[in-house]
Structure formats: structure tokens, C-alpha cells
Design a protein around this ligand. Structure first.
Ligand code: NAD
Length: 349
């Protein structure tokens, strides 16, 4: 990792009425981030997403909502006008099923960060956050389900996930150089799977925890307890609860030691997909008859977050137990499922 050559000047603490810009805010994490800052008492939040407003997962009261495509340079200028801090979470993304089949769309997200980081810089934003991903890590290190946890230096030599992972890696580099060459404070978190209420739970972009909850709820509803699992179920992952994610974004973005330094933001509680299904069975009190689709998209064999660095710098790490977060998520998805069945309008998130 390149050493910081710049002197870090201390800036004024964020005032409650300073403008915070959040992109991707019609989606899961950025929507929850807008809510988090609102609850912290910030009064000047601009939430941006390309989706029409009625498709946003969360509508946070008294936040300025803009429906704009931030892959377009002109829109980014408008979005960043007056911004003190910019959080760029917009991306075309989904679970493994989506990113393995939509590499072009994932790669095209490069336009989003490229235009957003430049617009934030030109607008004089003090801090810029970019949401990277564990998919930026070298895939050759993730061939064993008993994977050793990934530490920040494992991204290089680079062999990222095709499409989505490479886009994240190049966007990280953009952020790093906007600090080294131009002096804008940038922050980069590599998220490991995030789950929780107000996330995608149906439609093909949902990730494993939401998919498993929905499949169980559907099974109970239809009285058909068969479940098809992608892969052999032994692939491992860690899953971070949304509240830990938004808190982590805040802590990282306000820590000058982390300028232009990618850092893991993930849980280190490693579970197999079979264990995830066990947990959903325990929550619902029902058993599923499992079958395995070995041809379905399943991603790397194993992936976990090494939290040594985040614990050292922030004296904190995501710690919500999967059992607890999953129970809350299950209840929320069940509510959404039954509301939709009753003909009420719900998002798929
Ligand atoms: P999400 O799909 O729920 O939200 C992303 C939002 O970005 C969507 O609402 C989408 O409409 C919007 N968007 C896409 N292209 C846009 C554009 N050109 N202009 C404006 N808005 C646009 O996804 P999420 O789970 O909330 O992910 C947020 C960020 O975190 C993404 O950058 C994603 O790559 C990253 N990430 C998420 C996870 C996870 O587990 N959810 C893991 C690693 C990284």
C-alpha cells in the first residue's frame, strides 16, 4: 500500500446542517444510511437514486430526494453542488445470480464512481466515501470453504471477481489517487455480504440470507417444504447486519488514519450456506427438504473478513450475531411477503 505523502490537515467537525449527499439511496444500504444520519440529527441530506421514487425501499422524512442517473457527468455536478460529504453507494448490483450473469452492467458502474468522485472534488467536498466489495479480493485465495479470512493486502496481486470485482478495484484506485494527487479525503470500505430489513428479498438480485428467509416463508405459505440450494451448500460466507454496516461507514469516513486506505467492513462469523438454512429452520420452527443445484451460480468456495485492521484502527468491528440479525430480517420479509399477497404495494426490498 502506498504511504501517505500528504500532510493530513484537520478539518472542522461536520455541522448538523452541512450538506450530506448519498447516492444509491433508493436501495438497501444507502437508504438505511440516510435514515442513520437523519436519526443522528443531520438536517441537510440529499438522497439520490435513478429509480422512480415509488420504487425506493425507504422514504426518509424531510430528506431531499432526487431521481437522477449518476453515471451521467452533468447529473453528478448537480448532485454534488454544495456537498460537504459525499457517500457514493450507487451501483448496479445483486447477489451471485445477478453479478455472474450481468458483468457488462456491473462494469458499467465504473461510470458512476468516475463521474461522482470528480464532481465531488470540483464541488470542494471535504470527504468522499466509496462502497467497495469483498469481490475485489483475489479469487485464487478463495477456493477452499475453510478459507483463511481475507486481509486488506489480499487484493493484490489482483485477480478480482470478473466484472463486478474489477469495477470495484479500479474505482478504489480512482479514490486513492484523488487523495494522493489532488488532496480530497477519500474513504473506501470493502463490504462483506450485508443483510437486514429494507434489503432486496425477491426478484433475482437478493442475497443468500434474504433468499433463504423468503424460500422458507413461501414453503410455509404453500405447504411445500422442498428447497433448492445453489451449489453443495458447503460454500462459506460471513454476513453483516445492516446496523453494523451504516455505523461502520460513519466511523470509517470520519477517521483520518483511513484516508485512501481500503478497509474490510464485514462480520467475521463464518457460516456455510447449509448452516444458514439450519438457522432459518430454527427461526421458523419448520424443516426443509433440501436439494442441491450444482450448476447454479455460487461464487467463490469460501470468503471471510479478517477484522484485525479495523479492530486496531477503530477499536470496533461489526458484531451483531447472525442469529439475532436473521430473526429480525425473517420477520420483516414475512411482513413484506404477506402484505404483497394481500395486494398491498411493496418494493421487492
Ligand atoms: P442496492 O441495489 O439495494 O442499491 C443500489 C442502488 O443504486 C439501487 O437503488 C440502484 O437503483 C441505484 N443505482 C444504480 N445505478 C445508479 C445510477 N447510475 N444512478 C443512480 N442510482 C443508481 O444495493 P446495496 O446492497 O444497497 O449496495 C450498495 C453499495 O454497496 C453498492 O455499491 C454495492 O456494490 C456495495 N456492496 C453491497 C454489498 C451487499 O451485501 N449488499 C456487498 C458488497 C458491496
Amino acid at each position: 500500500m502506498q504511504a501517505h505523502k500528504r500532510i493530513v490537515e484537520k478539518d472542522a467537525p461536520l455541522k448538523k446542517d452541512d450538506l450530506i449527499v448519498i447516492t444509491g439511496a433508493g436501495g438497501f444500504i444507502a437508504g438505511n444510511l440516510a435514515l442513520y444520519f437523519k436519526k443522528k440529527g443531520f438536517t441537510n441530506i440529499r438522497a439520490v437514486d435513478k429509480k422512480p421514487l415509488y420504487e425506493w425501499y425507504l422514504h426518509v422524512p424531510s430528506v431531499q430526494n432526487l431521481c437522477l442517473d449518476v453515471s451521467v457527468e452533468e447529473n453528478c455536478k448537480r448532485v454534488c453542488e454544495g456537498a460537504v460529504e459525499v457517500y457514493n453507494l450507487a451501483a448496479d448490483m445483486g447477489g451471485m445470480g445477478f453479478i455472474e450473469k450481468n458483468r457488462v452492467e456491473c462494469l458499467r458502474s465504473i461510470l458512476i464512481n468516475t463521474n461522482m468522485v470528480e464532481a465531488a472534488y470540483r464541488a470542494g467536498a471535504r470527504r468522499y466515501f466509496f462502497s467497495s466489495s469483498a469481490c475485489a479480493y483475489n479469487t485464487l485465495l478463495q477456493k477452499d470453504p475453510k478459507v483463511r479470512a481475507l486481509k486488506e493486502s489480499d487484493a493484490y496481486p489482483a485477480m478480482a471477481e470478473r466484472g463486478y470485482g474489477w469495477e470495484k478495484l479500479i474505482s478504489e484506485m480512482f479514490c486513492e489517487e484523488y487523495w494522493h494527487e489532488r488532496g480530497m479525503k477519500t474513504f473506501i470500505a470493502r463490504f462483506h455480504n450485508v443483510y437486514g430489513p429494507h434489503g432486496t428479498w425477491d426478484g433475482g438480485r437478493e442475497k443468500a440470507p434474504a433468499a433463504m428467509c423468503r424460500k422458507m416463508i413461501e414453503a410455509i405459505d404453500k405447504n411445500d417444504f422442498r428447497i433448492n440450494i445453489w451449489g453443495n451448500g458447503e460454500q462459506t460466507r460471513s454476513f453483516m447486519y445492516i446496523d453494523d454496516c451504516v455505523k461502520g461507514i460513519d466511523l470509517i469516513t470520519h477517521c483520518d488514519e483511513l484516508i485512501a486506505t481500503p478497509i474490510n467492513l464485514g462480520s467475521s462469523e463464518l457460516v456455510s450456506i447449509n448452516t444458514l438454512v439450519d438457522k432459518v429452520e430454527k427461526i421458523s420452527g419448520k424443516k426443509l427438504k433440501r436439494s442441491y443445484d450444482l450448476d447454479a451460480p455460487q461464487g467463490v468456495a469460501g470468503r471471510n473478513s479478517d477484522n484485525t485492521f479495523i479492530k486496531k484502527i477503530l477499536k470496533w468491528e461489526p458484531s451483531t450475531p447472525l442469529d439475532k440479525g436473521l430473526a429480525i430480517t425473517y420477520k420483516w420479509i414475512a411482513g413484506q411477503y404477506h402484505a404483497r399477497k394481500a395486494g398491498k404495494r411493496v418494493g421487492i426490498g
